[in-house]
Design a protein around this ligand. Structure first.
Ligand SMILES: Nc1ncnc2c1ncn2[C@@H]1O[C@H](COP(=O)(O)OP(=O)(O)O)[C@@H](O)[C@H]1O
Ligand SMILES: [Mg+2]
Length: 302
């Protein structure tokens, strides 16, 4: 059964696209079938990253002007290329659905009424169904627009797990809490699970002092803590503690949302368009293991 996972955030630039793309690519390399959807209408990036031209855009699909086969592009060859042919799992596949960069498409979405939003939700439900019946994916991963946009909410509504991505050090506590209490709580009523995903936590390349405190490890539910003693010196960043102000802890405490994983800030790796699949290009880098941790946490918890 496909697991549908949506990456969302209150603010932009928290790492949704980076993490979603790397997770999707690593899963593909391991032999899973993955559909990766770009629904960041304001800042689409998968088109630029993967450099593949779809026949139609997800925007067209959501407006009822395209079939799922017109939209999904096979990007397995990109994964194979970045993984240098090391497709450990054999027959993994990656399909991506891309969002148009044209301004008119954004205006069209923005001018949509409540009725438009409802009919779009029906298209989202159909999209999930058609992806499952036509591609039998193990994972459907959705990259969304930050904040409260109805297409993001619609994407969250069809997901099994909502990952609220936080850029530690720049967290808007009130905004994130509001998002969780107003939106997530109504979606999780119907069985979806929601988690906090902490990104760019202090330790690896950013000193703890740069963030006023960093007690993230207390909420870190994966096995980072176990790596502490036997991995090389600068690889245990997520686990390093500090006293005081702890915005992620405040959000977790107030919303009851569990932290699915904490990913340190790795300024040393270039997440440029050519190297955006860092977990494939540098499989030995600690970032790659963070992606493995997230994949394992998704397997266990979603
Ligand atoms: N763990 C990390 N360490 C260092 N840089 C990161 C990390 N995660 C993301 N980035 C960088 O942060 C920027 C924003 O990431 P992106 O995935 O585009 O965010 P979003 O999709 O949420 O807007 C990018 O330049 C990306 O390379
Ligand atoms: Mg993005």
């Amino acid at each position: 059964m496909a697991k549908c996972i949506a990456f969302h955030s209150y603010k932009g630039g928290t790492g949704k696209t980076t993490i979603a793309s790397n997770c999707a690519a690593v899963l593909t390399k391991r032999g899973y079938k993955v559909a990766l959807l770009d629904l960041d209408v304001y800042a689409p990036s998968l088109y630029a990253y993967f450099g593949k031209e779809p026949r139609k855009w997800l925007n067209d699909y959501l407006q009822g002007d395209a079939d799922v086969e017109d939209v999904m592009v096979d990007a397995t060859d990109t994964v194979r290329e970045y993984a240098k042919g090391d497709m450990a799992g054999g027959d993994g596949r990656l399909w991506i659905g891309m969002c148009s960069m044209k301004k008119e498409e954004v205006y069209k979405m923005e001018s949509n009424s409540l009725e438009g939003s409802r009919s779009q939700l029906r298209r989202f439900i159909l999209l999930r169904e058609q992806l499952i019946s036509n591609y039998s994916p193990d994972y459907i991963m959705i990259d969304t627009s930050p904040g409260i946009r109805y297409w993001s909410i619609n994407a969250l509504a069809v997901a099994d797990a909502l990952l609220l991505t936080l850029k530690v050090g720049e967290i808007d506590i009130d905004g994130t809490n509001r998002l969780a209490s107003e939106i997530y709580s109504s979606l999780t009523k119907y069985g979806a699970k929601s988690f906090l995903l902490l990104n760019r936590v202090a330790g690896y390349c950013v000193p703890d002092a740069a963030f006023a405190g960093g007690k993230q490890q207390q909420h870190d539910s994966n096995d980072n803590a176990h790596h502490h003693h036997h991995q090389h010196h600068n690889d245990d960043a997520a686990g390093r503690g500090g006293a005081g102000y702890d915005p992620a802890g405040l959000i977790s405490g107030k919303t009851g949302m569990q932290v699915i994983t904490s990913i340190p800030c790795y300024c040393d790796i270039q997440f440029s368009s050519k190297e955006f699949l860092t977990a494939l290009v540098q499989p030995g880098h600690p970032f790659a293991r963070q992606i493995e941790n997230l994949i394992e946490a998704m397997r266990l918890k979603v």
